[in-house]
Write a new protein. Structure first.
Length: 179
C-alpha cells in the first residue's frame, strides 16, 4: 500500500457541486482504498491504495466521482512523498508573515514549461514567488486585493487546469501524513 493525497477542484463552493465528505470517504472505502481521511470541506483526501502511479489513481478517482455525483470533478493526486517534498522546500520562509498575507500553492494538472512568465498575473496585492514544474507559490495581501480576483485570474490563465490551496491546508495535510 502507498499513501496518496487527492485534491478535488471546485467542490462545495458557493453551494455548487456539493460533495459531502462522508459520502466521499464511503465511496473510496467501498472501492478498496484504506485509511481514508478527508480534511476540510474543500476536497482534500488522504488515503492508502495499491502501488500505482498518481496518474492512474487520479484517473480511477475521476471516473468514480463522476459516476457517483453526476458531474465531472477535476482531481489531482500526489503521493505522500510529493507532499512532504513540497513542505520541505517551503518557499514562504523568506516571506514576512502577517495577518493580511495569505500564502497559496496552486497545484497544476500538467507539467509547466521551464520558461514560464506569469508576471502579467501579478498585481499590487498578488505576487508569485516561485514556480516549478507542478506548483505555483503565491502571496496575496488581502489589504490590497481579494482572493477571488487573484484566483479567477489564475484559473483563466491556466484554463482551470489547476487547483489552489492555502499553505496552511498543505501544512495540515503534511501533519496528518506524518502522524
Amino acid at each position: 500500500m502507498k499513501t496518496y493525497v487527492a485534491f478535488l477542484r471546485g467542490i462545495n463552493v458557493g453551494g455548487h457541486h456539493k460533495v459531502p465528505m462522508k459520502d466521499l470517504k464511503y465511496l473510496l472505502e467501498k472501492n478498496n482504498y484504506k485509511n481514508v481521511t478527508t480534511l476540510l470541506n474543500s476536497g482534500n483526501i488522504i488515503f492508502d491504495g495499491d502501488e500505482a502511479s498518481a496518474e492512474e489513481i487520479q484517473q480511477q478517482l475521476s471516473r468514480m466521482l463522476e459516476e457517483k455525483f453526476g458531474f465531472s470533478i477535476p482531481t489531482l493526486v500526489k503521493t505522500k512523498n510529493e507532499i512532504i517534498t513540497i513542505l520541505e522546500h517551503n518557499p514562504f520562509l523568506s516571506v514576512s508573515s502577517n495577518k493580511d498575507l495569505k500564502l497559496y500553492v496552486s497545484l497544476v494538472f500538467d507539467p509547466l514549461p521551464k520558461q514560464l512568465n506569469l508576471k502579467d498575473l501579478e498585481t499590487e496585492s498578488f505576487k508569485i514567488i516561485k514556480i516549478n514544474s507542478r506548483e505555483i507559490y503565491s502571496v496575496l495581501n488581502t489589504n490590497k486585493g481579494k482572493t477571488t480576483k487573484a484566483m479567477e485570474n489564475m484559473d483563466r490563465y491556466f484554463n482551470k487546469s489547476l487547483t489552489t490551496r492555502n499553505w496552511n491546508t498543505i501544512v495540515r495535510i503534511g501533519k496528518k501524513l506524518r502522524d
